[in-house]
Design a protein around this ligand. Sequence first.
Ligand SMILES: Cc1cc2nc3c(=O)[nH]c(=O)nc-3n(C[C@H](O)[C@H](O)[C@H](O)COP(=O)(O)OP(=O)(O)OC[C@H]3O[C@@H](n4cnc5c(N)ncnc54)[C@H](O)[C@@H]3O)c2cc1C
Ligand SMILES: NC(=O)c1ccc[n+]([C@@H]2O[C@H](COP(=O)([O-])OP(=O)(O)OC[C@H]3O[C@@H](n4cnc5c(N)ncnc54)[C@H](O)[C@@H]3O)[C@@H](O)[C@H]2O)c1
Length: 449
Amino acid sequence: MAHDFDLIVIGGGSGGLAGAFRAAEHGARVALLEPSALGGTCVNMGCVPKKAMWHAADLASRLRNAGALGFESASVALDWPTFIAHRQRYIEGIHASYRRRLEATGISLLPMRARFAGPDRVECTDGVQLSAPHILIATGGQPFTPPLPGAELGETSDDFFRWTAAPERVAVVGGGYIGVELAGVLQLLGSQVDLLIRGPRMLEHFEAELTDQLAEDYRHAGVRLHFDTRLDALEQATHGIRAVTTPALDRAVFDRVLFATGRRPNTADLGLESAGLVPDARGRIKVDPRHCTAVPGIYAVGDVTADTALTPVAIAAARRLMDRVFGGRTDNELDLGMVPTVVFAHPPLGTVGLTEAQARQVYGDAVHVARAGFRPMIHALADVPLRSLFKLVCAGPERRVVGLHLLGEGADEILQGFAVAIRKGVTLDDLRDTIAIHPTSAEEVVLMR
Ligand SMILES: Cc1cc2nc3c(=O)[nH]c(=O)nc-3n(C[C@H](O)[C@H](O)[C@H](O)COP(=O)(O)OP(=O)(O)OC[C@H]3O[C@@H](n4cnc5c(N)ncnc54)[C@H](O)[C@@H]3O)c2cc1C
Ligand SMILES: NC(=O)c1ccc[n+]([C@@H]2O[C@H](COP(=O)([O-])OP(=O)(O)OC[C@H]3O[C@@H](n4cnc5c(N)ncnc54)[C@H](O)[C@@H]3O)[C@@H](O)[C@H]2O)c1
């Protein structure tokens, strides 16, 4: 039977766009279905607007320090509408560049939601059915709000990107990436932030020494941290929203409450049963290491799968897949063993590879740890007590680096290059044989004892 297209991509976010472009480069006839803004979560409600807000908060903090160093004090109060206009103009530029590329590569963009109508066909919102021998599911995820009484009084990261001012009092619920990132932004932009974390630590999968120090940095910035604190309900109070917690908070009324309690895959309304697909217990599409589902010709990448929910992971998976399906490559399973990642906290926290505890589980006593704690020059000059903490985890007799963890000024930019070296098997001696760049924070990685 003749098909309408060679490939149908459901979802025009990080993974879907990358897959569509790569397949079209290999000569495939591609239809891309995306009912919302091009670029998905990352461009519209995630990485990009979040990093813009991180820059705003970072600038506010630098302006404060500049005052301490003798610069005539500039106002650190942010006019949100002005900043948001710049942020959204930047995002519109990304949309325009995607549209140009879609036109240039001949991809058919259909601004519609899709659901499966069979293993090789989808039905669009207008009722039209399209068929293809290959279908890529890249529908991403959405914020999850715990089902507790009064939850509807709270908001999520999607709502945060519509805010036009810093609330005076805000409770952020959740100690993962989004909770820590948005708590940092809001505190530096003038809110009083209470961060509610149900466990004993924030960022529980990261290196504990560094997250403990980050917690200290947040306290110093004025964030009130509440560990081992469970949110039981939200209630409308006369002058705000009351957070009912165990144990109870001293000051429990807030102007806004922001849930950062994880995300769930967008699979509920996809008609998976028509394609013969059964999601896992958490609603995610099950794929093998090559991103194939159990149904031949149907694939999935990105946040809709159990892969690490990061944009570059979704992009890399989609490109690999399309190189195999349409480009004739056979060698390529994606290696997701050493994924570098940064939490855009204040200061940023970067990590690649194993934590010390994970390395000890794998390598036992054959683990060697080096660390450097120091105050970056800019903080020392302004007499700000923020310190950086870098930690290297090495294993085996050759002391191969199996983990690098960086907390501090510039950590977000320093990590990428070292991630390449670590992937290539760099040892502690290789680092020590490398001449330092002075005076920088990065030099501490090659000088660590
Ligand atoms: C606040 C926040 C900050 C983040 N910051 C970072 C960061 O700094 N760095 C990083 O690497 N990652 C970050 N992430 C994670 C990153 O955004 C995601 O991992 C990434 O966007 C996943 O890409 P995806 O293609 O799987 O899904 P998405 O980008 O979510 O795209 C899915 C698309 O599918 C569409 N869709 C859904 N259902 C249908 C349907 N039935 N038919 C057609 N289309 C459909 C949606 O409209 C959406 O556009 C952040 C996420 C959030 C929420
Ligand atoms: N800088 C980045 O690269 C970046 C930034 C933001 C998000 N992301 C990606 O998006 C994903 C989603 O981010 P996220 O912060 O929503 O998820 P997350 O998994 O990182 O954190 C969720 C947090 O909420 C807590 N939680 C869950 N249910 C709860 C409940 N009922 N009550 C209280 N706390 C609860 C969890 O313990 C956890 O600490 C991340 O895992 C990450 O992969 C990446």
